[in-house]
Design a binder for this molecule. Structure first.
Ligand code: NAD
Ligand code: TDX
Length: 386
């Protein structure tokens, strides 16, 4: 454990939760979705304790957890450890003291996986393997009578493992056809969890979440990139024809669904977490510009992402049957996201510092130079929002 560690997490004053999972290890908890999960669970003040293990890559940000660390009651139930999920010496002792692991840790940006795939494999495959081996150690301790039950592990996976879906909705049993190094690593990671559940009886569950958006989203991704570029009147680089379709999921709905599956999902099972707004990218951009009161002339049609998946769409019946419903409409979620970025300029300017300029030049330099203006299509009258 490194210098980034805070004091050991205190036992709860009262064990107010009825769940068997009272002490969680949240890996990747300083990132976008993981930090939302941590803030929401601790903010409920039900006695749950959380240890975050995060490597603090360019995408990890301790400031995402400031609300927790600055609140004495929550801070007493929280501990931060800076470290790598692929490091068994760090992972083993942390898994030994927790009831459940929620693994958000990953390299998460498709474009970066196309530029440099290796880190995606280290964290997405070897890192998951290390977590699973630590769980297996705990299963052995249960057999020795050293602990009552082995930890549950929830692997946060993605809709991208299905590959591009031209029509219809992907179901949990469908064949996986990942098409980028990012999604191939995610598919490998979740398949490892499944294999440990089958082979060793590890208590593992997998979620496949849809495209997520909201506060604290790293500015490399479509929605926060376009908000922050537009606020600075910079070009908005839309790949290809901009008609690729995603199903948008608000971040607190994604985090809530993950917690729901953690507490209610069946071991060895996989659950889709769809969004509620299936929209082409152009439509998302048009809505953003309207909220920001910025002109369409900022949009540049630029060279497409290689292997760009045209559409993701998942069937949510299995999660529905487990009792989960998303709460945030796209209209409200997008407006709240834009407001949050307007109000938190210092946060996103800090995220666009350090290695950002080199990344931006590599990813967008020649694209924007060779880009062209794009005609605006009429906004859809009734978007497919569920
Ligand atoms: P993010 O990039 O914002 O956060 C990832 C976090 O993991 C960062 O804090 C980073 O420092 C940490 N991390 C990376 N490598 C690590 C390692 N080896 N050890 C410990 N920590 C490490 O990502 P996000 O958007 O919050 O995504 C979280 C998870 O959800 C990922 O597994 C991603 O694949 C999955 N997911 C994301 C989306 C989405 O739209 N953002 C959708 C579905 C699934
Ligand atoms: O500059 C851009 N221009 C553009 O047109 C960027 C960054 C993206 N796009 C397009 C590509 C996609 O069609 O916008 C769409 C969304 O792109 P991203 O924000 O990069 O998300 P995506 O590739 O769909 O992957 C996201 O959802 C699934 C997350 O980044 C993954 O971590 C998650 O697993």
């Amino acid at each position: 454990m490194s210098a980034g560690e805070t004091a050991p997490v205190a036992p709860p004053p009262t064990a107010a939760t009825s769940s068997p999972f009272t002490h969680l290890l949240v890996t990747g908890g300083a990132g976008f979705i993981g930090s939302c999960f941590v803030r929401d669970v601790l903010g409920r003040r039900d006695g749950t304790r959380i240890t975050v293990l995060d490597k603090l890559t360019y995408a990890g940000n301790r400031a995402n957890l400031a609300a927790v660390e600055n609140d004495p009651e929550q801070a007493a139930r929280f501990r931060f450890v800076q470290g790598d999920i692929a490091d068994p010496a760090v992972v083993g002792p942390l898994v030994a003291e927790t009831d459940a692991i929620v693994n958000f840790a990953a390299e998460s940006h498709v474009d970066r996986s196309i530029l440099d795939p290796e880190a995606f494999l280290r964290t997405g495959v070897i890192g998951v393997h290390v977590l699973l081996e630590a769980c297996r150690e705990e299963q052995a301790r249960v057999e020795l009578g050293e602990r009552a039950r082995a930890p549950r592990v929830l692997q946060v996976s993605t809709d991208e493992v299905y590959g591009s879906k031209d029509a219809g909705y992907s179901r949990e049993g469908d064949v996986l056809e990942p098409r980028s190094p990012y999604s191939a690593a995610k598919a490998a990671g979740e398949q490892l969890v499944r294999s440990y559940a089958v082979t060793y009886g590890t208590d593992g569950v997998v979620t496949r979440g849809s495209n997520t958006y909201g506060p604290f989203h790293h500015p490399e991704k479509l929605i926060p990139l376009f908000i922050t570029n537009a606020l600075d009147d910079l070009p908005l680089p839309l790949y290809g024809d901009g008609m690729q379709q995603r199903d948008w999921l608000y971040v607190s709905d994604h985090a809530g669904a993950i917690e729901h599956v953690l507490r209610h999902g069946a071991s060895g099972e996989t659950y889709n977490i769809p969004g509620n707004a299936e929209l082409p990218n152009r439509e998302v951009v048009a809505r953003l510009l309207e909220l920001l009161d910025k002109p369409w002339s900022l949009v540049r049609s630029v060279a497409d992402r290689p292997g760009h998946d045209r559409r993701y769409a998942m069937d949510g019946a299995k999660l529905h049957a487990l009792g989960w419903r998303n709460r945030t409409t796209f209209e409200r979620g997008l407006a709240e996201t834009v407001d949050w970025f307007r109000a938190n300029e210092a946060w996103w300017r800090a995220s666009r510092s350090g290695e950002w300029d080199a990344y931006y030049a590599r990813q967008y330099g020649t694209r924007i130079a060779g880009g062209s203006a794009m005609a605006q299509v009429a906004r859809a009258e009734s978007p497919n929002t569920r």
